[in-house]
Design a protein around this ligand. Structure first.
Ligand SMILES: [Ca+2]
Length: 106
């Protein structure tokens, strides 16, 4: 059984060094397989050393025609368009004037 290694190490007693860039594991853009040391990008990063932010807004991540997607480093955010407010109960952007609730909102 392997324990959770830190500081870019893996394997029994964490004696082996991962194929990751150490700084990237510390900033959580890469994660190391604790069994074999292979390095993978975490979900929101890409590139050879996981240095490139994934632009999630290229896909319909907000799933709401009344929301605007804003890409950020390592993440993204969905904001309601002007005239709409986020309904905390339904998690959708609702039209304030009509009270109509529209589609899903993160
Ligand atoms: Ca992003």
């Amino acid at each position: 059984m392997f324990s959770e290694c830190s500081d870019n190490t893996y394997g029994s007693k964490c004696f082996n060094t991962c194929a990751c860039v150490k700084e990237h594991t510390l900033s959580h853009t890469q994660s190391c397989d604790t069994i074999n040391g292979t390095c993978k990008c975490t979900g929101n990063w890409t590139g050879n050393t996981c240095q490139i932010d994934v632009d999630e807004c290229q896909e319909d991540v907000c799933k709401d025609q009344n929301a605007v997607c804003v890409n950020t480093d390592g993440s993204y955010a969905c904001y309601c368009k002007k005239g709409f407010v986020k309904d905390d109960v339904t998690k959708t952007c609702s039209n304030v004037a009509t009270g109509i609730t529209l589609m899903y909102y993160y």
